[in-house]
Design a protein around this ligand. Structure first.
Ligand code: 5GP
Ligand code: ZN
Length: 148
């Protein structure tokens, strides 16, 4: 790892979450990715798909990793629809501060939808931490075994 990359990892909240040094409520993990509940959700059940390795933005992510993101988003989005009883979800990702990217470690948002027009695309309210583990569990138990 280069010195620059080591510094990025040290100061990066998602690297710290991936390493288990900052707690998160995980719904999925494999050798390349973790997925965990967003701390300020846009809607109930909003979670993030995050590569374990630190890539600042989409243009930095290797194609081999990107090729795995959409199949994973499909399975986890499906688990969210089943587990939360919602009929749709948005995939969203921001590249660069000007595009609204706040955490410089590339990630994909999965945002369950219950009604049209409910996403303000501003920071969400803090999650209800008494409820979040149960919301997460409803998604987690619906992830197909081959992906768990
Ligand atoms: P961005 O604006 O970079 O696309 O989205 C960053 C997302 O990460 C936001 O939705 C924000 O709520 C979430 N987030 C930021 N810090 C933390 C954290 O420490 N834990 C969790 N679980 N989510 C975080
Ligand atoms: Zn990082």
């Amino acid at each position: 790892m280069s010195t620059d990359n080591a510094k990025a990892v040290e100061g990066c909240v998602f690297c710290q979450i991936a390493a288990g040094r900052i707690p998160s409520i995980r719904i999925y993990e494999d050798e390349n990715f973790i997925a965990f509940m967003d701390i300020s959700p846009q809607t109930e059940g909003h979670f993030l798909i995050v590569p374990r390795d630190h890539y600042p933005t989409l243009t930095d992510v290797p194609d081999s990793i990107l090729a795995k993101v959409l199949p994973l988003a499909k399975n986890l989005g499906d688990a969210a629809m089943t587990g939360l009883g919602v009929e749709g979800f948005n995939l969203l990702q921001n590249n660069g501060a000007v595009a609204g990217q706040a955490v410089d470690h590339w990630h994909m948002h999965v945002i369950p939808r219950r009604e049209a027009g409910e996403i303000p695309f501003k920071a969400g309210a803090p999650a209800d931490l008494t409820k979040l583990p149960f919301v997460a569990e409803n998604i987690r138990i619906n992830v197909p075994p081959t992906r768990a």
